[in-house]
Write a protein that binds this ligand. Sequence first.
Ligand SMILES: [Zn+2]
Ligand SMILES: [Zn+2]
Length: 124
Amino acid sequence: MNCFEHKENSAVGICKACNKAVCSTCAKDTGNGLACSEKCEIEVSHLNQIVAKSKLIYNIGTNNTSIPSGILIHVFFSILFLGWSAYEYFATSRVNEFVLFMGLGFALMAIIMYRKLKKLNLNC
Ligand SMILES: [Zn+2]
Ligand SMILES: [Zn+2]
């Protein structure tokens, strides 16, 4: 493949904005993709900005493995209530159904919230 503007030169890449082949003389490196002209250079920088902003909005590629705080609170309360009911069971050998129910309820909520987020793949 040869350059769109300079037919004699072989292309080194493709303009990110208009997809024309560019040679080393006319290619402008925007840092993230090649551009063939100043007009396309602006276009490419706009495209890059859009992609960067979308990534931020949707939390893509940030390797964000942290669990959203809403889920953490539910996990915390479920552990608290389950621990409480376990403690009562060992101390009095009776099951405090209310506390156990609360613990299971919070655990269930945390699982539901987590699954919902996984499905959407959004952390915002
Ligand atoms: Zn172009
Ligand atoms: Zn060229």
